[in-house]
Ligand binder design. Sequence first.
Ligand code: HEM
Length: 130
Amino acid sequence: MSVVKINVLQVPEGRGEVLEQRFASRAGEVEKVDGFESFELLRPTEGFDRYLVVTRWRDEEAFQGWMKSQAFQQGHARSQADADAASSGGHPGGGHPGGGQGDAPQGHGGPAAVGSELWHFDIVTSATKA
Ligand code: HEM
C-alpha cells in the first residue's frame, strides 16, 4: 500500500502568497520520479497557520530515494537558496537546522517558510468516486 508524507510548512502571516508563487513556478521534477504518485499543496483556511504539502508514494523506498536525489535538490533550489541567505544574514527566525522531525533537509527558512516538520502515514483505507 502507498505511503503518505506530509511536509508541514510554518509560514508567517502575509507570506503565504510568496509560498504559493514558489509552488506555481516550481521545477516540476517530482513528477518524473519513479514511485511518485501525487502531491497537493494545501492552504490553511480557518484557525491553522501552516501549509501542508501532502505527497503520496508507492512505498517508503521511493520517498527516501527522492529525498536523496538531484530531483529533490532541483525541486528545492530556491527554497534552499532562501534558507542559506536567511541564516548567513543572521535573519531572525531564519534557519533552524535539524528542526522538525530531523529527517527533513537542513536549512529551513527564508522568506516563505520559517520552519517545517515531516509527518509520516500509512494509508489504511482509501476511496475515490465510483
Ligand atoms: C526544509 C524543508 C522544506 C521547505 C522549506 C520546503 C519548501 C518548498 C518550496 C518553497 C517549494 C517550491 C519550490 C522552490 O521554491 O524551491 C517546494 C517544492 C516542493 N516540496 Fe518542499 N520544502 C521542504 C521539504 C519538503 C519535503 C520533506 C517534502 C516531502 C513531503 C516536500 C515536498 C515538495 C514537493 C513535492 C515540491 C514540488 C517539487 C517539484 O516541483 O519537483 N518538501 N518546497
